[in-house]
Design a protein around this ligand. Structure first.
Ligand code: SF4
Length: 342
């Protein structure tokens, strides 16, 4: 028991099955799908068991329930967890909703009240951004199935310079499909919001077409997430150019570990690239890996501490850019520019 880390909860989020999609905004970054061996869950749990009193286990890191035995899987996640049980949040797999009619019943049974569905525009664009033909139609079908089962669909849309007009066209589509009234009939709220997403993972590759603040269509502004907190890159550059602090990521009571299908471990700070890796469960010494977790000792965090936000702005900020950012996303973008160049 002397090894026990006091005052911290551990949340293990493991990519045991992969994801049916390859979204172009995916903050995690694209990884090959590889089913981990069935015993990996217990092995990973036991790895951390001597060190943490409370451990919550999730068998999915990407889209949930991408395994046929999702019911048993969920039960196993609960059985494995100790102290704090896993939650469902607003997550569900639209891929599975349209392929397996009993899946929506399962979502209801486990208390899912709302499922988020992601659009990138109309059919062709959404299919292209999700990386799968048929995705848009499936999203619409999933919307109906959820409503009929009294689960609220929450549509989110990612906007950029390339798809901004199509995002506007989602508004008449919502009207045409009568989604607010349909939902009301089944006693659930319909909601829709738009944002530009963070600028890490795959979405960072879309920096070139990131939406300019003044190009956000007027009709979309009421739906734009935290619009009052969004500024242009040039405004952030001016505001932050003398900032002496560094970009800091830090775990409070909960330590969330994202674990890839080859046992690489990351904090859930920004994306999963080599500099952000804490280590590998199979390759590194366990005591050392636990130390790195507790001390938050990764190459990326070391680098982050060596440079101020002001320096990042002066090195990588574009004082002419009108690209729209919330401050946290902009700082991550700048920091990753620096880290990737090391
Ligand atoms: S955003 Fe979610 S659904 Fe899309 S590729 Fe990433 S993990 Fe899969």
């Amino acid at each position: 028991m002397d090894k026990m880390v006091q005052g911290k909860n551990l949340i293990l989020v493991v990519d045991m099955y992969g994801c049916p999609n390859r979204c172009r905004h995916c903050w995690l970054g694209h990884m090959p799908n590889r089913k981990m061996e069935d015993s990996a869950d217990e092995w990973i749990f036991n790895y951390f068991k001597p060190y943490f009193e409370n451990i919550t286990y999730y068998s999915w890191l990407r889209e949930p329930d991408f395994c046929d035995d999702y019911r048993e899987r969920w039960t196993k996640d609960i059985q494995l967890s100790r102290g704090i049980m896993p939650q469902r949040f607003e997550l569900g797999s639209f891929w599975r909703i349209v392929r397996d009619r009993s899946y929506v019943k399962f979502l209801k049974e486990v208390g899912v009240k709302r499922v988020q569905l992601t659009f990138f525009g109309l059919e062709e664009t959404t299919d292209r951004y999700v990386g799968r033909k048929g995705a848009f139609k499936e999203l619409l079908q999933a919307t109906y199935i959820l409503i009929k089962n009294e689960i609220a669909p929450r549509w989110q849309a990612f906007i950029n310079e390339g798809n901004k007009e199509e995002i506007v066209q989602l508004l008449p589509l919502i009207e045409e499909l009568n989604l607010y009234d349909r939902c009301a009939e089944f006693g659930v709220p319909f909601s829709f919001f738009v944002h530009a997403g963070s600028c890490d993972g795959e979405n960072r590759k879309l920096y070139g077409i990131r939406i300019n603040k003044q190009d956000i269509p007027k009709a979309i502004i009421p739906y734009f997430l935290h619009y009052d907190k969004v500024k242009t890159e040039r405004e952030w550059c001016e505001l932050l150019k003398e900032e002496p602090k560094s970009v800091m990521y830090h775990n409070e009571k909960d330590i969330v570990l994202n674990i890839s299908n080859c046992f690489d471990v990351y904090f859930n700070f920004t994306h999963m690239t080599p500099n952000w890796k804490i280590g590998n469960l199979k390759e590194d010494k366990r005591e050392e890996l636990i130390r790195r977790i507790i001390d938050e000792d990764t190459q990326a965090l070391k680098l982050a501490g060596k440079i101020s936000i002001g320096e990042l702005v002066r090195k990588y900020g574009d004082f002419q850019s009108d690209k729209a950012f919330e401050v946290g996303d902009y700082k991550s973008y700048l920091l990753n520019r620096y880290i990737d160049g090391q």
